[in-house]
Write a protein that binds this ligand. Structure first.
Ligand code: F0G
Length: 461
């Protein structure tokens, strides 16, 4: 047996560096006030450690930067497209590959082909842009996660699974002809970045096939899901993660991809499908909104970088380090008494702010209060996934979200282990004085996706 070591080392060395944004407490107080206590409105150079998202924030490798220089910028039939198409086909097995500028473009195109009033899309959970793109066509978006996904403190290996019994019941209730597709979001970002098991994928796929409903994968974090299958599902520990990923894709007939996550690039995405009729319609929408089908809203060089990233992301040394580092953040928070969604998933640790700041009621936004405290204390930027994002006001009445979470999303290959240690240290400081943290009032908001633009103010003491 090779000797194993405890220290987590990054399986790369650093060639280009960027300074972090150090600020004083007073500067942060001023910046946060100006931002209306909404961290989306902060200038990034006033952020020290940016855990707002893992999307589009990856560091590219030397190979990816080299590939950029090989980009073929021909309008039609660029060499870069064929290189990219080959990588996606080899990975997913799907016949047709349409590049798009990011994941939500793939969602919009697919939904404009198959959505519409009277239809229902069923998912383990829709990501918020996926849901919005379903609903904008007049269709309904239904989430059927397994019940244990909601039990945040309880650790189970595959809380990203879909509830198969509920899926069967729903198909019987509304009829297969009104369900244009079933979506498996891998990993399930909306409920803690939890993976789905191969077993569940197989079962969902069998139900979908029996009813002739296409199963489509939201593949944004496919490599992390595949690696968590390798680590957690019996029978997979000896299989190369690339094989596991290919098997995952084999149970579906297409995927929507935000390449800003597991293709390790700063912009990009694709829609890959087997159905020639869907593709013919999707191409028309693509040309209208994105560009010619061999570049789809991207530069040739972006296609090259995605092609390299899709291979690199399946490197097991990289995935081992990534998952281990996220686990370590989870362990650190747990040890300072911070409740998290258990177990940590593939791209982030989610803090349960409803428990951590139990004195702050949902209409005073406990998640956002913690987000602001992290920024004020040490310039760490996180994102609220709770009543600021999903709460609604109907006729003057406040309807809270079912969860109050704070996501600490870890950009890929960007921060080192000492940055993670620092985040843990800051949490231990905050945990010791959590009873003094105050809630926030909503001052201004817009009707859709209001969390991006809302303005808040600290509750008066
Ligand atoms: N699907 C999932 C599961 C996602 O997490 C995202 C984006 C998308 C689709 C949309 O992709 O941003 O490229 O248009 N998630 C980001 C996040 C924004 O912070 O979690 P996109």
């Amino acid at each position: 047996m090779p000797r194993t070591w405890n220290t987590i080392i990054e399986p790369f060395k650093i060639k280009a560096v960027e300074p972090l944004g150090f600020t004083t407490r007073r500067e942060r107080e001023r910046a946060l006030k100006e931002a209306g206590y909404n961290v989306f409105a902060l200038p990034a150079d006033k952020v020290l450690i940016d855990l707002l998202t893992d999307s589009g924030t990856s560091a590219m490798s030397a190979e990816q930067w080299a590939a950029l220089m090989r980009g073929d910028e021909s309008y039609a039939g660029a060499r870069s497209f064929y290189a990219f198409e080959k990588v996606v086909r080899d990975l997913t097995g799907y016949s047709y590959v349409l590049p798009v500028h990011q994941g939500r473009a793939a969602e919009r195109i697919l939904m404009s082909v198959i959505g519409g009033p009277g239809k229902t899309v069923i998912a383990n959970s829709h990501f918020d842009t996926t849901r919005a793109n379903v609903e904008v066509t007049g269709a309904a978006a239904l989430d059927l996660p397994v019940a244990e996904a909601w039990d945040f403190g309880h650790a189970a290996p595959f809380k990203g699974d879909m509830d198969v019994a509920a899926l069967k019941a729903k198909i019987a209730e509304i009829g297969a002809s009104r369900i244009p597709m079933i979506v498996m979001t891998l990993t399930n970002n909306s409920l803690g970045g939890q993976p789905a098991s191969m077993r569940n994928l197989r079962e969902v796929s069998a139900v979908a096939r029996r009813h002739k409903i296409p199963l489509i994968i939201d593949a944004a974090r496919f490599a992390e899901n595949a690696f968590l299958i390798k680590k957690r599902e019996p029978g997979f520990s000896h299989r190369p993660v690339r094989d596991i990923a290919r098997e995952m894709f084999s149970y579906a007939s297409g995927c929507m991809m935000s390449a800003k996550k597991d293709a390790l690039v700063n912009i990009g995405g694709f829609l890959a499908l087997n159905d020639a009729q869907w593709v013919a319609k999707a191409r028309e929408v693509l040309i209208l909104g994105e560009g010619f089908p061999t570049y789809g809203g991207l530069a040739g060089r972006d296609l090259e970088a995605m092609a390299v990233g899709l291979v690199e992301v399946l490197d097991e040394a990289y995935l081992t380090y990534r998952l281990r580092s996220i686990e370590d953040l989870g362990e650190g928070l747990r040890s300072c008494g911070v409740p998290i969604v258990e177990p940590p998933g593939g791209h982030a640790v989610y803090v349960n702010a409803k428990e951590f700041l139990a004195r702050i009621p949902p209409d005073r936004y406990p998640g956002q209060a913690l987000v602001c405290e992290l920024y004020l204390t040490a310039g760490i930027r996180a994102v609220e996934i709770g009543s600021l994002m999903f709460g609604r006001r109907r006729g003057g009445r406040f309807e809270p979200a079912p969860m109050e979470l704070v996501r600490l999303a870890i950009p890929r290959r960007v921060y080192t282990q000492s940055h993670i240690d620092f985040v843990i240290e800051v949490f231990s400081d905050i945990a010791a004085r959590r009873d003094r943290i105050r809630g926030l009032r909503l001052v201004e908001s817009s009707p859709t996706l209001s969390h991006f633009t809302a303005r808040l103010a600290p509750e008066r003491s």
